[in-house]
Design a protein around this ligand. Sequence first.
Ligand SMILES: [Zn+2]
Length: 115
Amino acid sequence: MHELPLMEKILTIVLESARKNKVKKVISITLEIGALSDFQEIWMEKYYKILAAGTAAEGSVIKIIRQKGEFRCTSCGKFFHDDFSVAKEAACPDCSGKLNFSGTSDYFIKEMEVL
Ligand SMILES: [Zn+2]
């Protein structure tokens, strides 16, 4: 349920930017979240819809992009980019070494489509 304060923050940023740019209506926003973020898209969308009601962002679509994490082999030091969920237990394709995951839990608004 910690998606609610996040979405409040996001919407505040969106509406502030809309006001500054004299935007009538927000069509969509694209939000990028880090691979290590435990925010769930389904709740983010739900809360966004509820919070946006009655504002310039009412009815707008939120697109959520989850960044892919990065893995580094602890044996040979090579970097790999892969889907976090798929590669969680993966070994290095080159040397079968143990892979260490690195990623962020950051988020930012990547794009905003307005009228
Ligand atoms: Zn390796």
